[in-house]
Design a protein around this ligand. Structure first.
Ligand SMILES: Nc1ncnc2c1ncn2[C@@H]1O[C@H](COP(=O)(O)OP(=O)(O)OP(=O)(O)O)[C@@H](O)[C@H]1O
Ligand SMILES: [Mg+2]
Length: 717
């Protein structure tokens, strides 16, 4: 009797799980339809607006944000001479113009796209004070330090502000005394400090509040990944100051978040600028992860040593805190300057690691997902995922911390099927958690499709050319297709037998049993290819993605275990009605004629000298970050142009930086040129070439450059 009840209970539970799976699929579908519905509604709205505008020529002209405006020449002057930025990136100019025209603006721009300039430039151009709301103290500190170094009067009102500064800030708000162009606050100031709000009110009443910027605006939305309750109260700003232009900025692309935050910030008529999610300078690559932990670490250490020998910054993301510490220790043992960062450390220790890394005193941070939003470092050259992320969206964000300065950078992901259950036990209870995980697993398993294409598809954007900037497009894999229909059938029948006997198996256990069973069945049968352990794991994952199998979860007192069970389509596999083909990777394609590599040319001798100089200047100029003294791009321009006077430096990096650092830069370049030409050769480029040649000789491996190079067998990763 008891057995019957247990049996029936199991059946009901299995059925419930099936129903849950179907609900999840439907919820996903619903989400997609909602998104489409909102898009279509917005389109309709746009059609109506443009119809209205067609009857009103004046407003059409006003919406042309790339046209000419009265502030054009002043904007160009400040952009170049103060910010040291030689040309606008996509949408920046238009956004500045819309804000300057007094409109509310919503900016969706990928990480590193250059959102800060979109409110900082108008802030400097306008009279009065710009208020910027930003979620993290570290981000605020970075920005204020950077702006101060450029000579822009920027302040912050946070828990760390001294009494003296606070007094100055309140006076500036209250009476317009002292010079203050930009004021950064955390959202708590708006929602909790009545004193601050009343001073802001006075600033506004005196006509001195120029604009309000909400950075990382996705924090408003519960659908965003970093929801901050205090961001919900920011709607008050538009209510109190309806005529002050508001600019909300985020890198989060989902439509739901966009509409949500427009509503919450009360900016329904804002001008929206949506830039592509594409990060053309990032090279995406997935690597097979060995089941031997040390092998993976060796590979990572070799990669860093050989590809980034000049202390270029990187991040390694790990699954758990323990893993972070372990990986950091092992990389240190292999001579890499690395340290870990996770949520279990106290705040001071965490900040210390972050600061050492930001100042280029530490090369690699090994972090969990906790190492996230506060990262403002523009010159991160590589992001390595030691294990897969939980969704395409998280992977996009985490890998996107590479190359925010627009220079070539690499995103590597180490994948092995065995890591899937580790993630699935963490996400299965989240809405669409498993679906999201399986999307990134598909990305990892894919050996043919463009990695970039997967992002476009995920974010619902039309495809763009990858330009050879992912492993599949650049060199492709040598793939062997193996018919595994029979194996799939055996897996299903094995699981059915186990289920009948009330047994369960994790993926590892299933593989072990399968090996034994295949041996028994196969024996002398040559037509059934023998699969290795990791290939069987790969097949099981593929069957889970195809819904022939599914994962089931059980809590114990200590953990949640993932088991492999029969999925909704198991019968098809048992009947062998659908061929199951496994793609096995045999290595990179050796005959591909074109190969592109993400790495930019190794730094020349002069670039390295300029890098040392910016480090020195950063500490003598109030401890600002080296990248705030000179960006990597500026170093590269200076080292190719080799200016010989401050006036020439000014033409390359703008007035403010030239005045501050010009004489040191000129001295260094002159010294370098002199020392580099003992034989009296006056050609500057030959010095750099000679020095480059020297360095190349010392390098343990081939020199990788951002050019198309012919493929050869020994040029593999
Ligand atoms: N037009 C430009 N030309 C060259 N560099 C630029 C330009 N605009 C911005 N940058 C640089 O790009 C880097 C990233 O800019 P910024 O911090 O504004 O990015 P973001 O869009 O706010 O990214 P995130 O979403 O990660 O905060 C900075 O180092 C900035 O100086
Ligand atoms: Mg930003």
């Amino acid at each position: 009797m008891e057995n019957d009840v247990v049996g029936e209970l199991l059946c009901v539970e299995a059925e419930l799980q099936d129903v849950q799976d179907q609900i999840n699929i439907l919820l996903d579908h619903q989400e997609r339809l909602y998104r489409k519905q909102s898009e279509l509604k917005a389109l309709l709205e746009e059609c109506k607006t443009s119809e209205n505008e067609a009857n009103n020529n004046a407003s059409i002209a006003a919406e042309d944000w790339s046209g000419n405006f009265e502030w054009d020449s002043r904007a160009d002057d400040i952009r170049f001479n103060v910010f040291g930025i030689s040309s606008y990136r996509a949408n920046q100019r238009e956004i500045v113009n819309a804000v300057m025209s007094g409109r509310d603006v919503l900016v969706i721009m990928a990480a590193g796209g250059g959102k800060s300039l979109c409110y900082q430039l108008p802030a400097v151009l306008c009279n009065g004070v710009a208020l910027v709301v930003s979620p993290l103290l570290s981000l605020i500190q970075d920005q204020v330090m950077g702006l101060t170094a450029l000579g822009i009067p920027a302040y912050m009102l946070t828990s760390t502000t001294s009494k003296e500064d606070e007094k100055f800030i309140y006076k500036a708000l209250d009476k317009g005394e002292g010079e203050m162009k930009i004021l950064y606050v955390t959202p708590e100031k708006i929602s909790k400090s009545k004193r601050f709000m009343s001073k802001l009110e006075k600033c506004h009443n005196g006509g001195r509040l120029s604009l309000v910027a909400i950075d990382e605006a996705h924090c408003c939305s519960q659908w965003g990944h970093d929801f901050r309750p205090d961001y919900k109260n920011l709607g008050i700003l538009k209510v109190q100051f309806p005529n002050v232009p508001m600019i909300a900025l985020t890198a989060t692309a989902t439509y739901k978040v966009q509409t949500d935050l427009m509503e919450m910030l009360h900016i329904p008529k804002c001008v929206k600028f949506v830039s592509t999610v594409n990060r053309p300078n990032l090279f995406y690559k997935v690597l097979e992860k060995s089941s031997v932990a040390k092998v993976v670490i060796d590979e990572i250490a070799d990669f860093i040593r050989q590809s980034y020998p000049n202390n270029e910054s990187g991040i390694v993301y790990c699954f758990s805190r323990k893993e972070c510490e372990q990986v950091a220790k092992e990389l240190q043992e292999r001579g890499i300057s690395a340290d870990y960062y996770h949520a279990d450390m106290d705040v001071t220790a965490r900040e210390k690691v972050h600061l050492r890394w930001s100042k280029n005193k530490l090369q690699v941070i090994i972090g969990t997902v906790a190492f996230g939003m506060g990262i403002n470092k523009p010159d991160v050259r590589f992001v390595i995922h030691h294990s897969l992320s939980k969704s395409m969206e998280t992977y996009y964000q985490e890998s996107g911390r590479a190359g925010r300065d627009g220079l070539p950078s690499e995103c590597l992901l180490y994948f092995r099927p065995g890591d899937v259950p580790r993630q699935s036990t963490m996400v299965f209870y989240e809405n669409s958690g498993l679906q999201n995980l399986y999307d990134i697993v598909r990305y990892c398993q894919s050996k043919r499709n463009c990695r970039r294409g997967a992002f476009f598809q995920h974010f619902g954007e039309p495809l763009q050319d990858c330009n050879g900037m992912c492993d599949n497009c650049a060199y492709g894999h040598e793939i062997k297709e193996v018919d595994t229909t029979y194996h799939a059938k055996v897996i299903v029948s094995l699981l059915r037998d186990m289920q009948d006997n009330e047994q369960r198996a994790t993926m590892l256990q299933l593989v072990d049993r399968l090996k034994v069973k295949m041996k028994k069945l196969g024996g002398s049968n040559n037509s059934v290819p023998d699969l290795k352990k990791d290939e069987l794991e790969q097949l099981i994952i593929q069957l889970i993605l195809d819904r022939v199998l599914k994962e089931e979860f059980q809590h114990t007192a200590y953990a949640t275990n993932a088991y492999v069970a029969l999925g909704p389509l198991w019968k098809l596999a048992l009947q062998g009605k659908r061929p199951v083909v496994l793609e096995i990777c045999m290595g990179w394609r050796s005959n591909s004629s074109i190969r592109k590599d993400a790495r930019h040319s190794q730094a020349s001798g002069l670039e390295m000298k300029l890098d040392e100089l910016r480090k020195e200047l950063s500490s003598t100029h109030g401890g600002i970050f080296p990248h705030a003294v000179l960006s990597s791009q500026q170093i590269s321009i200076l080292s190719t142009q080799k200016p010989t006077s401050i006036a020439q430096v000014e033409k390359l990096i703008g007035k403010v930086k030239a005045e501050k650092y010009g004489s040191r830069i000129v001295d260094l370049i002159q010294q370098y040129v002199k020392l580099g030409q003992p034989d009296g050769d006056t050609s500057n480029s030959s010095v750099a070439e000679a020095s480059e040649q020297n360095r190349a000789n010392k390098r343990p491996r081939k020199n990788k450059t951002l050019v198309l190079i012919e493929s050869s067998e020994d040029d593999e990763e």
